[in-house]
Structures are given as structure tokens and as C-alpha cells.
Design a protein around this ligand. Structure first.
Ligand SMILES: [Zn+2]
Length: 677
């Protein structure tokens, strides 16, 4: 194939992938060649006849796999943001092949011998701090992949990794399958309670599915949550909620239950081969938290206060339900609906009154300008660059001195073929090993498209959250690719994203950017004050559903006999043992818990959001204490965290920013779980 764009140097501006020319059939040959090239590179490094040096071993590894990196990033991003059956087929075929390739490198005895030799001599090699950390991390990565095991155990490690890659792919595809299969088509008579913006989004979703004139609710969070919040039709809320929580559980080809059992058994087996008690112990050994005890302690510190707050909330919801004539117990499909009623009554706050002030484009501008005030960045739209879908917008990012810093792709709308949720990723990472390489960053959201698109307060927070990850990649100033930007420990990676959310909710931001979509008027001060006063509202619910999910993740991954686990029974027993309020339940049930099972990244790691929240609440409190949320001195120290990538220990980085260790008080107060200043 001569016209395969992956076999050319890209002459596009800034080296953006030539999306207009990339077709699914280009991936298999490019992935094959990328794998072959890296194998040859690694063989050359491992087989060198002279004693190893840092440059010809560690730096050479960092340089290897250039083509494979380029192809697989384009592939995984497109497969997540704009997939189709052809790409899904490539994913099924290549996920195990790529896992096998990675494991072959990780278990290369010659390569490891050279790394181990350097590692034992690391104090005498005259390495800079980033180089020493890089060497230590490469060594640790090999050890954690089984480099110290015997040949039979190594073969088993490799076989497991390959199988896990397939299982992760299938798990994600099954969830997407169930989300595609289900939709609730509504006629005019079924719209009771739905405000204009929900109707408009449902009409748009219907249009996209060729059902013009109707209204469609889908299982995207941005579609179903507003429906559950506003629909006065309890029967329809129930149907929608049941479909939502049943994703991944339907018997048949798309059932995730057997996949979970196999994934957990294989993970545990790998952990035990490496000498760990279970997968949680293995995973947490290389984290900021270090142990499952530390994680459990944090989760339990919020668990009882959160349930107590949820009980208070439930009492208020039940009163509202009785006042409306509901004489049955509150069900999970009722919580959001009556919470909205209580919120309106207690705070005189109506989501439908708030939403017109949260125009997507204005909130994007707010995020950009915040990055400008804190870090001196500027964003200019580029309409001349290729994109993979017409919804995607490209921005050129420049630094304080006007120098090109990178590209930022914004893919904001829900659509068929796009995975649910919100995430940040990269097509290219910043690095400076052989000259400066600028990052190409993408943020994905799943907002319901409208004209204009209006966001909820939570949506706007999500927008800022992902943008915080984006900044972590854009501001990266490191030498080595594997230390770039977000390549930090999993329980630290949410700090740069979550602290950035605080600027969205800052009154300074809202007064300027929360403007009515029709009149352009800023949000009325009284409404703004009510909005901020209501921020702790329903935090019992939010904390319970999140923490319960984090706890079940931890429990699943430290189960002593996962091969015998029935995920559904495990879930029932878990809910009972922790007395999880039944009207709330889990934010993610195991059968569609993609953080845990559509990849290994957040397995035994869902707690990371709360772990990072200790840091972000405490970190933003530092700004609040100065009386200026844009305090330049603090902003400079915060930028040091965003730019450091994985060149330094996260706790050291945090202490350098804050001047002390993190404290949990600000988190508990921020969520309204503890009183006082
Ligand atoms: Zn995040």
C-alpha cells in the first residue's frame, strides 16, 4: 500500500495527523510495521556488545517505537472518539498483539540485564535528577512486569497480559453495544416536566437518528441525567434508569459478567506471580497512596459522614415526594427528580433557570482565559487544519512570549460511535530529547448538542476538569517522552484536572462568563449567590455513589479468590455489608465500570479522584487564603506542577507548591461533610 499516510512524514501544519486521509485499512499495516521497527530497535539495544551506558540504553529505549507510537495514538483516539465496525475489528485484533509486543519488550532478558547493570551503578553515572528518576522508573517497570521471574512464570505473565488486553477491549465494546441498542423515543405526550433545553437536546438526538419530529433519550450521561432529573413520568424514569444501570448485564454476547470474573482472576494471578497478596497490593505499591490500608482509611473517613448527609437529604426528598402524593418508598429513579424539587424549594434554584447562562462557547472561553490569567496561555482557533469529525475544533496554543506551545482539539458533543464519559488524551506528547516536540492534545466531552449548546453547572465543571488534564499535557516541559505531562502516578494525575475545576466555580469567572444565551446579560447576582449557596446540596448523594464505587473497586481487587466470584452476588453482598443506601447505589456498577475493566488504568485506582481531591481542595484553599484566586506567585508554583511531568516525586512537588503536607479538612468542608471555616 503506497498511499498509507502513516508511512510518510506529515507535512501538515504542526504535524497534526492528516485525518482527512486516514482510513481504517491503513492501521493494520502501519501497526505491523511499527511493531517490527520497535522490535528491531530493542534488539539492537539489548544485543549491543559493549557495556551499557545511559545514552545507549535508557535514552535509546525512549527513542524507540516512534512509528508505533504515532499510529497507535491515532488509532486509540479515533477508536474512542469516532469509532465504527472497521475500527472496532482492528481493536479486537490488535489489542492482544500490542500487549504481546509490550510484554516481549518488558521480558527481554538482555535488555533488562543492561538496565539492571545501570541501576546498580546509578549513583556513579553522573545523572541529572530527571535522568536518575527515569532510570529508576524503567527498572521498576521491568520488575513489575516480571523481569526477575523465571522463564515459565514470564511466559505466563505474557500470556495473561495478552488475554487481558482482549478482555478489556471486549468489555468496552459491550458497554457501547448496550448504549447503542437502547433509546427511549418520546412523543409530545411523554414530555411532562421536561424543560426546554432537555426537549431541545432530545429533539436533536432524534434528528441524528433519523427520527425527526420525535424526542430521544439515550444512555449517554448527558442525556439520561437531565431526563431523570426532570421527567414527571415515573414510569419512564424507571424504564430509563433500569436500562442505564443494566448496561453490561444482559445475558448473551454482550454480557460483561463472565469477563469481570476472568479479568479479576488473571490480574490476581499476575500480582501473585510477582509476590503480592492480591492485585490491589500490587497496584498500590506503585502509587502515591502506597497501600490499600491508606486508601481504605481515606474512603472510610468520608463514608459515614457522607451517608449521614445522604440520610438528611433523603428525609427532605421524602417530604417533597409525599407532598406530591407519592406514598411509596423512594426508588433510585426518584432521587434526582425529587432532589431537583427540593433544590428549587430550598435555594429557589431551578436548573432550567440556571442553564441559559451556561453557554458552551462562553465556558470554553472562560477555561481558556483562566489558563491565560494563571499561566499566560492564549488560544487561537484554526479552521484550516484537518479534523476527524466536523464537530471537532482545533486551537493553536501559545505561551506568554507568543511562542507556539501546542495544538488543542476540542471534541465536545455526544454522538453515536463515541464512547460515553469525558476524557483527555494526546495525539503527541511534549518532549525534548532530540529537539522540542510540541504536544497535540484532545479533550472529549459528551454534551448534548443544542443551538446554542447549554451546559449544566456539572457539565461546566467537567469541561474545566478535562481542560485541566489538557493543560497538564500542554504545559509539560520535560526532556524524556515517558516523563511527559500526565505520565504521573494515577492518584496524582487528577490533581491538575480537579484543582482547575475550582476556577470555573469562582465568582470572578461566573460573573464574567455566565451570560444568558439570548440577551448576553450576565447571571444576576442573586441567582449567582443562590447557585453558590446550593453547591453543597446533594453532596451526600454524590459522595455516597462515588465512594461506594471506589470501595467496591478496592474490595473486588483484594478478593482472595476472584476466580470464584460471581460479580452480581459480590455486588449484592457489598451493598449489604456497607449498607449502601438503596435509593443511591453505585455510580458505576461492575458490569459497566469501564474505569476498572475496559482497561487496567483505574483498576484498584478509582479512589484516585478522592485522593486527588484532598490535594485540590487543600491546594485551592491556598489561593483562597491570599484573597486572590489568580495570585501570581502561587500560579507560578502551580505551573511548576503542571510542567514537571513525572520528573519529580508527586508529594515533593505538592509540598514545594503548598509549603506543607496536604490536609483533608478543606475537602470535608468543600463537600459539606464537616462544618466550620
Ligand atoms: Zn480526570
Amino acid at each position: 500500500m503506497t498511499d498509507n499516510p502513516f508511512f510518510e512524514t506529515w507535512e501538515t501544519p504542526f504535524g497534526i495527523p492528516p485525518f482527512d486521509r486516514i482510513r481504517p485499512e491503513h492501521f493494520p499495516p502501519a501497526l505491523d510495521r511499527g511493531i517490527a521497527e520497535q522490535r528491531a530497535e530493542i534488539a539492537a539495544i539489548a544485543g549491543a556488545p559493549w557495556p551499557p551506558s545511559f545514552a545507549d540504553t535508557i535514552e535509546a529505549i525512549e527513542r524507540s517505537g516512534h512509528l508505533l507510537d504515532r499510529v497507535s495514538r491515532v488509532f486509540s483516539n479515533l477508536d474512542a472518539s469516532d469509532t465504527n465496525p472497521a475500527l472496532e475489528e482492528v481493536a479486537r485484533v490488535y489489542a492482544p498483539k500490542l500487549a504481546q509486543h509490550q510484554m516481549r519488550i518488558a521480558l527481554d532478558a538482555g535488555l533488562f540485564a543492561r538496565i539492571a547493570d545501570l541501576y546498580t551503578r546509578r549513583a556513579t553515572l553522573g545523572l541529572a535528577d530527571d535522568q536518575r528518576r527515569l532510570l529508576e522508573r524503567h527498572h521498576l517497570r521491568f520488575v513489575r512486569n516480571g523481569a526477575l521471574l523465571g522463564p515459565a512464570q514470564q511466559a505466563r505473565m505474557a500470556a495473561i497480559s495478552e488475554r487481558l488486553a482482549t478482555l478489556h477491549t471486549l468489555f468496552g465494546q459491550n458497554v457501547l453495544h448496550d448504549e447503542r441498542e437502547w433509546r427511549l423515543a418520546l412523543g409530545e405526550a411523554d414530555l411532562d416536566g421536561l424543560p426546554g433545553f432537555v426537549r431541545a437536546a432530545a429533539a436533536q438526538a432524534a434528528d441524528e437518528r433519523g427520527l425527526g419530529g420525535q424526542y430521544v433519550v439515550t444512555l449517554a450521561r448527558s442525556s439520561i441525567e437531565p431526563f431523570l432529573t426532570f421527567s414527571a413520568r415515573r414510569d419512564l424514569r424507571r424504564a430509563a434508569h433500569e436500562a442505564w444501570t443494566a448496561r453490561g448485564t444482559h445475558p448473551g454476547a454482550a454480557d460483561n459478567t463472565p469477563l469481570i470474573r476472568e479479568i479479576m482472576a488473571l490480574r490476581t494471578e499476575q500480582a501473585r506471580l510477582l509476590g503480592y497478596r492480591d492485585f490491589a497490593a500490587y497496584r498500590l505499591d506503585d502509587s502515591m497512596a502506597k497501600t490499600d490500608t491508606a486508601v481504605e482509611q481515606l474512603l472510610l473517613e468520608v463514608w459515614e459522614p457522607a451517608k449521614a448527609k445522604a440520610r438528611e437529604e433523603r428525609a427532605a426528598l421524602e417530604a417533597a415526594a409525599r407532598a406530591e402524593g407519592l406514598n411509596e418508598p423512594l426508588e433510585p429513579w426518584d432521587w434526582r427528580y425529587y432532589a431537583e424539587k427540593v433544590r428549587q424549594a430550598q435555594y429557589d434554584l431551578d436548573e432550567a433557570e440556571v442553564k441559559p447562562y451556561f453557554v458552551l462557547d462562553n465556558m470554553v472561553r472562560a477555561a481558556f482565559d483562566t489558563a491565560g490569567r494563571l499561566f499566560g496561555l492564549s488560544f487561537a482557533p484554526r479552521f484550516d487544519l484537518p479534523v476527524y469529525h466536523p464537530d471537532v475544533r482545533v486551537w493553536e496554543v501559545r505561551d506568554r512570549a507568543g511562542v507556539h506551545l501546542g495544538l488543542f482539539l476540542h471534541d465536545n458533543f455526544a454522538r453515536p460511535g463515541k464512547h460515553s464519559g469525558a476524557w483527555s488524551s494526546r495525539y503527541r506528547d511534549q518532549q525534548n530529547l532530540d529537539g522540542w516536540v510540541a504536544p497535540i492534545v484532545v479533550n472529549n466531552n459528551n454534551f448534548a448538542k443544542g443551538d446554542p449548546t447549554l451546559l449544566s453547572f456539572d457539565d461546566a465543571e467537567t469541561l474545566f476538569h478535562e481542560f485541566g488534564h489538557g493543560l497538564h499535557a500542554l504545559l509539560s516541559r520535560v526532556r524524556y517522552p515517558s516523563q511527559s505531562g500526565t505520565a504521573v502516578r494515577r492518584d496524582f494525575v487528577e490533581f491538575p484536572s480537579q484543582i482547575f475545576e475550582h476556577w470555573m466555580a469562582a465568582p470572578e469567572t461566573l460573573r464574567q462568563y455566565a451570560r444568558h444565551y439570548e440577551t448576553g446579560e450576565p447571571i444576576p447576582e442573586a441567582l449567582l449567590q443562590r447557585l453558590l449557596a446550593a453547591r453543597n446540596f446533594n453532596q451526600g448523594f454524590a459522595t455516597v455513589e462515588y465512594t461506594a464505587s471506589a470501595l467496591i473497586d478496592l474490595e473486588l481487587h483484594r478478593d482472595p479468590a476472584p476466580e470464584a466470584v460471581d460479580p452480581n452476588q459480590f455486588e449484592r453482598e457489598f451493598l449489604e455489608r456497607y449498607e449502601v443506601p438503596r435509593e443511591i447505589g453505585l455510580r458505576h456498577r461492575p458490569a459497566h465500570f469501564q474505569h476498572l475493566f475496559a482497561g487496567g488504568g483505574y483498576a484498584a485506582g478509582y479512589y484516585a479522584y478522592l485522593w486527588a481531591e484532598v490535594l485540590d481542595a487543600d491546594g485551592f484553599a491556598a489561593f483562597a487564603e491570599t484573597g486572590n484566586v489568580f495570585d501570581p506567585g502561587l500560579a507560578t508554583r502551580l505551573e511548576d506542577i503542571y510542567s514537571a511531568g513525572d520528573t519529580r516525586d508527586p508529594m515533593e512537588l505538592y509540598r514545594a507548591f503548598r509549603g506543607r503536607n496536604p490536609e483533608i479538612g478543606p475537602l470535608l468542608r468543600h463537600r459539606g461533610l464537616r462544618q466550620g471555616g
